[in-house]
Design a protein around this ligand. Structure first.
Ligand SMILES: NC(=O)c1ccc[n+]([C@@H]2O[C@H](COP(=O)([O-])OP(=O)(O)OC[C@H]3O[C@@H](n4cnc5c(N)ncnc54)[C@H](OP(=O)(O)O)[C@@H]3O)[C@@H](O)[C@H]2O)c1
Length: 295
């Protein structure tokens, strides 16, 4: 069913992909990038959303810089927690479904099997706490609104870890990535497909996990990206990714959870869709987008 959908954060990595994919599929999509709508200005949020009609809204806007959040906790709470209450309230007034994008960083990373929606969220950083605060603000407005936790987002609309490691391998022989932190990459084009049915499912409120299948370390993720680039015919100087320990990365300000793989069983049950393995998604991205840009 075609819908009228608002995307906040449409200039970002995930937001831009959702706008493009859903427009192509026939939805009427209104995108607000940062310049058009500042989620930190609550009056502007109410006025802007109050002036338009829509069936569903997806909030992809956030302060996503994990280290900046540690240094600027008030800003983090304002944008990642309190702004979500304002957006959710504006949706409720419109009787529209509100889907808010959250993160695997709500977990402390102490588990060694994939986190489910039932696992307790215990953030270990200001970013994680501010995003968990966003989920709570969302559900304080309505338990019919949905928080969708994603992890390690990559795609063609904004550079991420994959692009950084490939760029490094283009220029240098020595390439390294963290080998003792595990999560699941989420390809934005796959997220668009997996997320779309959730806009039509008014019964599902609460929290759902959404990512590709499997799990990996940053080192394995980077190695696979390099292998895919070589297979696509890109001449790389660096071909092997060495392992770093998270403890050795002195530039990190915020603590990062060491294990945040998420189970997508609930997503699969609700949508009937199965996320593909992260390796296939990375291969498609590297071949069809990154390598294509190198020619
Ligand atoms: N990236 C990841 O690996 C990852 C992992 C887990 C969860 N997530 C979550 O996924 C969602 C999307 O992330 P992403 O990867 O697409 O990140 P992104 O590319 O950084 O997108 C976030 C967007 O929010 C915008 N923004 C920041 N402050 C704003 C404000 N005050 N008002 C309006 N817009 C504002 C940014 O605009 P400007 O850049 O112009 O400021 C940017 O376009 C976020 O909720 C994030 O927490 C991401």
């Amino acid at each position: 069913m075609a819908r009228k959908i608002v995307i906040i954060g449409s200039g970002g990595r995930l937001g831009a992909a959702l706008v493009r994919a859903w427009r192509a599929a026939g939805d009427e999509v209104i995108g607000f990038n940062h310049a058009l709508l500042d989620i930190g200005d609550f009056r502007q949020v109410h006025e802007t959303l109050g002036d338009i009609e829509f069936d569903a809204l997806v909030n992809c806007a956030a302060q996503t810089n994990v280290d900046r959040c540690e240094k600027e906790p008030e800003e983090a709470m304002h944008l990642n927690s309190q702004a979500v209450a304002t957006i959710a309230d504006a949706c409720t007034r419109k009787k529209a479904r509100c889907v808010h994008i959250s993160t695997d960083y709500v977990f402390d990373g102490e588990k060694r099997t994939p986190y489910t929606e039932q696992d307790e969220a215990k953030p270990i950083s200001v970013y994680g706490a501010s995003k968990l605060g966003g989920e709570r603000c969302l559900h304080a407005v309505s338990d019919q609104h949905l928080a969708v936790r994603v992890s390690w987002v990559f795609g063609p609309d904004r550079a991420s870890f994959v692009d950084q490691i490939l760029q490094r391998a283009l220029e240098h022989k020595n390439v390294e990535a963290i080998g003792d932190k595990v999560a699941v990459p989420t390809y934005t084009l796959d997220a668009a497909r997996l997320l779309r049915p959730l806009l039509d499912e008014p019964a599902l409120g609460g929290v759902v996990h959404l990512c590709n299948a499997g799990s990996c370390t940053w080192q394995e993720y980077g190695q696979h990206a390099l292998d895919c680039a070589v297979a696509a015919g890109v001449p790389l100087k660096g071909r092997a990714v060495g392992a770093l320990k998270m403890a050795d990365l002195k530039a990190f300000i915020a603590r990062r959870p060491v294990y945040t793989a998420m189970s997508t069983s609930l997503l699969q049950q609700v949508t009937g869709l199965t996320p593909r393995p992260w390796q296939e998604a990375v291969e498609e991205y590297v071949r069809a987008h990154w390598a294509a840009r190198q020619q």
